[in-house]
Each structure stands twice: as structure tokens, then as C-alpha cells.
Design a protein around this ligand. Sequence first.
Ligand SMILES: Cc1cc2nc3c(=O)[nH]c(=O)nc-3n(C[C@H](O)[C@H](O)[C@H](O)COP(=O)(O)O)c2cc1C
Length: 189
Amino acid sequence: MSDLIRLVYASKATFCDRHVGARHQVVDEIIRQAQANNRSDGVTGVLCFDNGCFFQALEGERDAVEALYDRILEDPRHENVWLLWKRPVTQRLFDRWSMKYINVDAYIHRLLERERLENFDPHQFSDPLVEELLLSIQASEARPETPLQAPVRWLTRQEAQRGWHPSFFVAGLAGMLAVVIGLSLAGLL
Ligand SMILES: Cc1cc2nc3c(=O)[nH]c(=O)nc-3n(C[C@H](O)[C@H](O)[C@H](O)COP(=O)(O)O)c2cc1C
């Protein structure tokens, strides 16, 4: 019988005093290590890193996930490791990803703003937010690059000052066409 669980935690990186390139190198190394091990251990999941914080979801057989989490707890590359979730599940959310790195994009930032969280700090995430975030990440493969509900595009300040906007051109063209058609119908052309 399968004993599938999903475990989610938040932690704080210990290497944030290094420059950006060195920080990315550490995260790359973690991802490489995770993907190699998880493939053989049947573990899947996602890892986000932003604002010096990690947010990771691990899925797999209980023994494999718990053994991995014990190793992760001992890892000196992060601290303040807080367990957010550990639940039995019937299905994986991320069955195609041995460990997918997720950028904290505009979509995720909008979720945080809605929760009045100024920065990406998963230690502050409520249970429903964790769930919503995981579902949103799962759906992210199908998510378009632009926000789903793109805001109405008002004139930028420069366009307003210049008195120009792409839609003015289209409106002008349509107006000229209407005049030409009108004149031809009146027999003047
Ligand atoms: C934020 C973070 C996430 C990690 N995720 C994984 C993971 O998903 N799988 C994994 O095997 N190791 C992961 N590691 C690395 C483990 O802590 C540990 O170093 C590694 O599993 C040891 O593997 P090895 O015995 O092959 O050297 C992670 C480490 C950190 C800091």
C-alpha cells in the first residue's frame, strides 16, 4: 500500500551575504543535488527562493520524504527551517518534477499583496495561502506570461504628454475609411 505524503517547509538561506552570482551558484547546486537524489528516491516537488527565503514542497512515500527532510534540517545552507505542512495525500501535485525551481513571479507577488504580505517570507504563510500557492504553481505551466487579468492599459504619462497612443492611429484610420465610404456612397468620389 502506498503511503504518499506532501511536506512543505519554509527556511532562511545562510548565504545571503554573498554576491548575487555566488548566491545563484548555491541555489543551482541545491537544485542539481535535489534532482539527482529525488529521481532515485521517487521524490517530486518544487523549490522557490526569493528574498533570502526558501519555500519547498516535497512529495513521495513517507519514508523517503521523512528521510530527506531529516537531511534538509541538517543542511548548513539554511536555518529557521519551519514545517508548514505534512499531510497524507492521494495524488502528487508535481508528479513530473523531480525538483522544479520556481521563480517568484508577478502572479505570486499578487497573491502575497492580497494577503498584505510585503515580501516573500514563507514563514508567514497561512495554511490556505500555502495551498493556494501550491495549486497556482501546479497550474503555472499553463499560465500565460502576462497576468491572467491584464489591467486596462491607460495612457502612460509620456503618451498623454505627447498626445499619442497606438489606439489613436487605429481610430484615425477607421475615421478616414468611414469618410471615404460616405463620400463614395454620396456619389462625390
Ligand atoms: C533549501 C534546500 C533544499 C534541498 N532540497 C533537497 C531535495 O529536494 N533533495 C535532496 O536530495 N537534497 C536536497 N537538499 C540537500 C540536502 O540538504 C542534502 O545536502 C543532500 O540531500 C545530501 O545528499 P548527498 O547525500 O547525495 O550528498 C536541499 C538543501 C537545501 C538547503
